[in-house]
Design a protein. Structure first.
Length: 51
């Protein structure tokens, strides 16, 4: 996994995660952001968004 620093943002001295965390895998596993869904690349968990 590369460029992990792109998944975080620092504001007012606090670290904020940009992407959602997979509810099944837990902390450290980010979900990929697609046009209509968020998907975990590790376990395959998917959350669909309403347009």
């Amino acid at each position: 996994m590369g460029k992990i620093w792109e998944r975080y943002e620092i504001s007012d001295g606090k670290i904020k995660r940009k992407n959602k965390i997979c509810p099944k895998c837990g902390d450290g596993i980010f979900m990929a952001h697609h046009k209509d869904r968020d998907t975990c690349g590790k376990c395959g968990y998917t959350e669909f968004r309403k347009s």
